[in-house]
Each structure stands twice: as C-alpha cells, then as structure tokens.
Design a protein around this ligand. Structure first.
Ligand code: HEM
Length: 447
C-alpha cells in the first residue's frame, strides 16, 4: 500500500519536473532499469528500456498502439491532420503518397541543393568580422529550413525564412511543455495553459506556409517535387486533396524535415569542440577523401567516420527524445498485463545511454558505429529515427544532409564555444541546447 502511494508521489514529482525539462526529469535509476510501471490517476504508464519490448510496441504489435494524445495535441495547432500526427486510413494513404519524395533514388538530386545552400551560409560566415559569434542552433535551423523548402516545395523563402524560424521558436516556448491534462486524457476542448500565447505564432507560421503554396500554384509544371505530388493528387472519385490537408502536409514536412537535422548538427559541433582528438580524425578523413574539394553525393558513402560521428551524436542527443504511444486494446509486455488506454513511453535519451545496453554509455565514441563494432548494436537499443511503420520518412535525406553539411563546415571552419557557456540539453518537443550554442567560427586553411 505505502509502496503504491510512494509511486504516485514519484509520478507526480516526475511529471512536474518533466514540464520544464523532460530529459532532466528522468530519475538516475531509469538508466539501469529495464521496465518501469507507474500509476497516474486511472491510467498506467510504462517506461520501456528493453529492446524486445520496444520492438513489440513499435513494430510487431504496432497496430495496437497510436501516438498518444499528448504527442498529437502539442503539434495539432501547427500540423492539423498532417502525416506526423494523423492515424489510421488517412495516415496510411498520405504516407504512401508522400514517401517517394524521400526515397533513396531521389537523394542524388537533393545533394547538390544541400551543398549549394550550405556554401551560401559558409560564405556569409566567412565574411563576418574576425572573432564574431553565431548562435549555431539558429544558423543551422535557417539553413536546413532553406534546404527543405527548396528540395520539397521548389521555393526559396528569402526573408520569410526568419519569420518561420521566429514563429516556431515562439510556438515551442508556449507549447513545448507536456501537460498533465493530456497525460490523463482530458478532452482537447479544455483549455491548456500557454495555448493563447501560441496563437500568434501559429498565425504567422500559417501565413508563410500558405504563401509557399500560393507561390507554387502560380508556377506549376516546372517541378517534380513533393508539393507537386500533393497538388496533383486525385482520390478515387477524382477529387483533389482537400486544401486544409494539403496545407497540413506542407507544414508537417517543413517542420519534421528541418528542425531535427539542424539540432543534430548543432550537437555534433558541440561534441567535436569537446573532443579535439576526434575533430582531428575528422579533418584527416576529410583531407584524405575530399583532397580539398567540396563534398558531393558520391562522397557520402566514403566519409565513414563523418557518418559515425553523426550516428554517435544522434545517440547522445537524439532530437526526437521521447516516443509516447497509447494502447488501443489490452496487451501483454514482458509478461505484465497492459490495460487498454495505458501509455507506453520510450525515452531514446535514456535508452541510448542505458547502462545495460551500452559500453561506456556517456562517452562520445564514434568508433562504436564503425564496421566491426556496429554489428553488435541491437537495432532496438538505438532508435533516433523511431521504428516500425511510423519510422521517420526522411531518415536517408536527413542522414545525407547531416553528413554533407558536417563535411562542408568542418572543412572550412573550426568552431569554438564561448568560454564558460553552460551547455545543457533541454527536452521539450525536441532536444535543444537550453541556452543556445554561441560559437566563434575560425576559418581553417584547407589543403
Ligand atoms: C536527423 C534528422 C531527423 C531525425 C533525427 C528524425 C527523427 C524522426 C523520428 C524519431 C520520427 C518518428 C516519431 C514517432 O514515431 O513518434 C520521425 C518522423 C517523421 N519524420 Fe523525421 N527525422 C529527421 C529528419 C527528417 C527529414 C529530413 C524529413 C523529411 C524530409 C523527416 C520527415 C518525417 C516525417 C514525415 C515523419 C512522420 C512519419 C510518420 O508518422 O509516418 N524527418 N522523424
């Protein structure tokens, strides 16, 4: 009885801490425990750290689970019914329709745009007065935002890029915290704190997304990209896609397709700053493979250490750091019965640093992802892109983008973090550095 009461207090304490910073709220013991069962109000929450259980929920029995209300609710004002949050038949149809846009065979075409956009930012940085600082999170976000709109929608944002950036910052600030009301399943019409503040951000975000669609409607037939697929779609009755759904999909691809890669690059430069010996190995690889020229699509498979550095950065700082699913019917996981409506939580932040799954889990060691060692990694102990039917649609796009941009920037610059700047991961919608990442870019002389 007292154990149960104690557990309720623990859960409330956790949820309260989690509102501010989800990753800091995980108790230290979770990095050792494999299966945690919590009670909250009339619901149960399970935290899964055992790869077999994760496989069960995300793949083998994924039909019994949907994204939880907390997950969907926090993004709904921006993404509506878009593919990131929709469920059932609608999700199936839209995912099938849009997947070809990020298929491996299309990547080559995107690589040139990535490099071109990266070079434009690098030139801007080179033109900055000696010793000036940039906020890397912001720079990388503006860059990946430019790339996703050029590749998927055939549009250059220009000044609208800053507006979109600001609107999502404001939105995250007001909607980025989890609300207990959602965890216990209160209906959506009950007002949540912070909702009003985010409305202006949504309005601004919306106006830019609509302007992108409008711009493209005026220049049809020159494109073969994702937006063209959406504009050309006809259902079985020959009807085009409902405009509000089309808007939601553009918003979803835009958001899912840039923020995560930008954060990955930001954390990677931080890790390299902290580990100069690995940075030197990266420079060696870039010199050996590229011999002073800029990277291209064909180099991606040759830059094995560059890729391992990205993989390891995604392990330590997974931008999507928590997965929350809700059981549609009862189930059994690890021999424990799971009632209908229970929440299954998988924190990739905890899983990727779990003491029973990783050797020296807190050490930045990209070699673990190189041939010879990487084979030992259980695929369900490493899930930066999720798993199962809802696995990231842009996994190959994002990985290629991160490798190309890391190579391009590391070739040109050494990045120095502002001395004494506190770096702490803040787990909200994504895993960002709490106080930003102010860095000085020092131009390198290339061989
Ligand atoms: C390093 C970069 C990226 C990371 C770490 C990442 C991570 C993820 C994760 C973990 C999910 C699954 C969320 C869940 O199951 O709850 C996801 C979904 C998704 N991602 Fe990514 N992503 C990245 C880049 C991209 C890019 C570049 C695109 C588009 C070009 C993209 C499009 C999507 C879409 C559309 C979904 C929803 C898929 C669905 O529910 O069917 N992502 N991403």
């Amino acid at each position: 009885m007292f154990g149960f009461v104690h557990e309720i207090f623990d859960t409330i304490k956790y949820l309260n801490l989690a509102r501010t910073n989800m990753v800091a709220a995980w108790p230290g013991s979770y990095y050792r425990r494999e299966f945690i069962e919590l009670h909250f109000a009339h619901k149960r929450m399970f935290v899964l750290n055992r790869p077999e259980d994760i496989q069960h929920v995300m793949v083998s029995n994924s039909g019994n689970y949907r994204k939880s209300l907390a997950n969907r609710q926090s993004l709904k004002p921006l993404l509506g019914q878009g593919v990131f949050v929709s469920e059932g038949k609608l999700w199936e149809r839209q995912r099938k329709l849009m997947s070809p846009a990020t298929h491996k065979r299309r990547l080559k075409g995107y690589a040139d745009t990535m490099i071109q956009a990266g070079k434009e930012v690098a030139l801007e940085m080179e033109a900055c007065p000696l010793g000036s600082e940039v906020d890397l999170t912001e720079k990388m976000t503006l860059l990946t935002s430019d790339i996703i709109t050029r590749t998927m929608f055939g549009v250059e944002l220009g000044e609208r890029n800053e507006l979109l950036y600001q609107s999502f910052q404001d939105y995250q600030a007001s909607h980025g915290r989890i609300h207990i009301s959602e965890l216990i399943g209160l209906p959506a019409w009950i007002p949540r704190p912070g909702q009003a503040k985010g409305r202006a951000a949504v309005k601004l975000f919306d106006s830019v997304i609509l302007s992108v669609i409008e711009q493209r409607r005026k220049s049809r037939r020159e494109h073969e990209d994702l937006l063209e697929m959406l504009l050309e779609f006809k259902d079985q009755e020959g009807e085009p896609m409902d405009f509000s759904l089309l808007r939601d999909e553009v918003a979803s691809i835009y958001l899912a397709g840039h923020e995560t890669t930008a954060i990955t690059l930001t954390w990677t430069f931080y890790l390299l700053h902290e580990h100069p010996e690995i940075k030197r190995c990266l420079w060696d690889e870039l010199e050996t493979v590229l011999k002073g020229r800029e990277p291209s699509f064909d180099d991606v498979s040759r830059l094995t250490l560059t890729r391992a550095i990205i993989d390891e950065s995604l392990r330590l700082y997974p931008p999507v750091h928590v997965f929350s699913r809700q059981a549609l019917g009862k189930d059994e996981v690890s021999g424990v019965s799971v009632p209908k409506g229970s929440f299954m939580t998988i924190s990739s932040y905890v899983l990727h640093r779990h003491k029973l799954l990783w050797e020296n889990p807190d050490v930045f060691d990209p070699d673990r992802f190189l041939q010879g060692r990487s084979e030992k990694i259980n695929p369900f102990s490493y899930i930066p892109f999720g798993a199962g039917p809802r696995i990231c649609m842009g996994k190959h796009f994002g990985l290629m983008e991160a490798v190309l941009l890391l190579a391009l920037f590391a070739q040109r610059f050494d990045f120095k973090l502002r001395p004494g700047h506190p770096v702490e991961p803040l787990g909200r919608m994504t895993l960002r550095p709490h106080m930003g990442m102010p860095m000085r870019m020092v131009k390198r002389s290339r061989s």
